[in-house]
Design a protein around this ligand. Structure first.
Ligand SMILES: Nc1nc2c(ncn2[C@@H]2O[C@H](COP(=O)(O)OP(=O)(O)OP(=O)(O)O)[C@@H](O)[C@H]2O)c(=O)[nH]1
Ligand SMILES: [Mg+2]
Length: 422
């Protein structure tokens, strides 16, 4: 102990010596800057305390920072970005029937997934429908809360909300009529009306929903059509990836030869999914691509051939004629092909999508709908309108840009996710 206090005294004396020497140098420096002698020592002490305070403050800050870092949970490991969409290509100006916004095929990031369990299907669907949920169910709930009883005003309010959410005039009137009949028959509470509406929507969707039966033919041929920017190529890429990861042999045909970048975009999707892509150069005859793709699919014993097509040509007539020609060529090469002519519609274009659907229906025999970008719109009522007004089944819905965000359409999941209270 004696030894320790001796060492301590020695170091303390050394420290005091160093500090007083430093103070003297600072005082001398202050003298050189013209500080009067009486103030030099005080000035040097002031500088000393200022520096000590700064050092202590910095030290405390450092400790706080370290403490916070330790508390932070470990970072989630990013999953490799596999489904990156190819870069956008310049699109020509001619726009014959493009009712879709000229959405640039941008790089679609797959949402980063951490080590936590991936979101359930239901949560994914809920997140994808959040805009529609706020606009539709949020408003319906506010209306029901504000009404003590079911009367004409309430039903009128409901009608207006359904139309705004793009259920379409015909479907909305049909729904309201069914509600009126139920109200006339039963003594419904306002809360019960909510679940009746939910059931009525569900019933209508079930009539129109049916999934693809790929076992029907080998190769099963899907021809994908739709105006530019609706999400055809992305949808094909997502389908190719999903089917190939289920062990199916998939071949893709790059039938959009109108834009040079279109085949490239598809090729990138194909590469990422380990799927063959049959492509020709820009400006080539798309029917020739369809022919080669059909031959390749048969020769390679593929389970599935998916053919991309152009979304725009110089004129609407050209586009429709081209669709018919591709349709015919596929049918000649593979019996009954295409087994599915899938029309891709962009939900954000609202009622315009219905106009497009009617146009395509006239040219080729559309057998199903893929409704994309539901995540980007409050007009999710489109799903109901399409089924009811076109008499076409909704096969797939797109609720985001990730591969898993293209889902076979499930009416129960859809209605439950839409109407669930948070
Ligand atoms: N948010 C969202 N974006 C989507 C969805 N489906 C497609 N997209 C985006 O829509 C844009 C256009 O998609 P494409 O697949 O290039 O559309 P396309 O119909 O092939 O267009 P063209 O080749 O010009 O006829 C891309 O940026 C896609 O990422 C979806 O369900 N949700
Ligand atoms: Mg495309």
């Amino acid at each position: 102990m004696e030894e320790f206090s001796k060492i301590f005294n020695e170091y303390f004396a050394l420290l005091v010596g160093l500090v007083s020497q430093w103070l003297r140098s600072v005082a001398a420096l202050l003298g050189e800057y013209g500080v009067p002698e009486a103030y030099r020592e005080v000035g040097a002490l002031g500088v000393f305390f200022l520096l000590v305070t700064l050092a202590v403050a910095l030290f405390i800050l450092l400790l706080l920072r370290l403490g916070r870092k330790e508390k932070r949970p470990p970072k989630a490991r990013p999953v490799p970005q596999e489904a990156v969409e190819p870069p956008a290509a310049a699109k020509e100006e001619s726009e014959p029937i493009s009712a879709a916004p000229a959405a640039e095929p941008a790089v679609a990031e797959i949402p980063e997934v951490g080590e936590e369990a991936p979101p359930s299907l239901f949560d994914r669907m809920r997140a994808g429908l959040s805009k529609t949920q706020n606009a539709l169910v949020g408003r319906i709930d506010a209306l029901l809360r504000g009404s003590g009883k079911i009367d004409a005003d309430l039903l009128e309010g409901l009608e207006e909300i359904l139309i705004t959410a793009d259920f379409g005039m015909q479907t909305t009137q049909d729904l309201i009529q069914s509600l009126e009949q139920r109200v006339a028959r039963e003594d419904l509470s306002v809360e019960a009306l909510r679940s009746v509406l939910q059931d009525e929507i569900r019933q209508r969707l079930k009539l129109e929903a049916s999934s693809l039966d790929l076992e029907r033919a080998k190769p099963f041929v899907i021809m994908v059509v739709g105006v530019n920017g609706v999400g055809k190529t992305t949808t094909i890429g997502k389908l190719a990836r999903q089917f190939s990861s289920q062990g199916k042999k998939v071949v893709l045909g790059a039938g959009d030869t109108f834009r040079a970048a279109a085949a490239e975009q598809l090729a990138i999707w194909g590469e990422r999914s380990g799927v063959d892509v049959i492509r020709h150069g820009e400006g080539a005859d798309p029917a020739a691509v369809a022919f080669d793709a059909a031959k390749a699919a048969v020769a390679r014993k593929a389970d599935l051939l998916i053919l991309d097509t152009a979304g725009r040509l110089h004129t609407k007539v050209n586009l429709m004629e081209e669709m018919k020609k591709i349709h015919r060529v596929l049918g000649r090469e593979i019996p009954d092909a295409p087994h599915e002519t899938l029309l891709v519609l962009d939900a954000t274009t609202g009622q315009n999508a219905l106009t497009q659907a009617r146009l395509f229906k006239e040219a080729v025999n559309i057998s199903g709908i893929a409704l994309t970008k539901l995540d980007g719109t409050a007009k999710g009522g489109m799903v109901v309108a399409i089924g009811a007004e076109l008499g076409l089944p909704v096969r797939y819905v797109g609720i985001g840009e990730g591969v898993e965000d293209l889902r076979p359409f499930d009416p129960d999941l859809f209605v439950d996710a839409l109407f669930q209270r948070s």
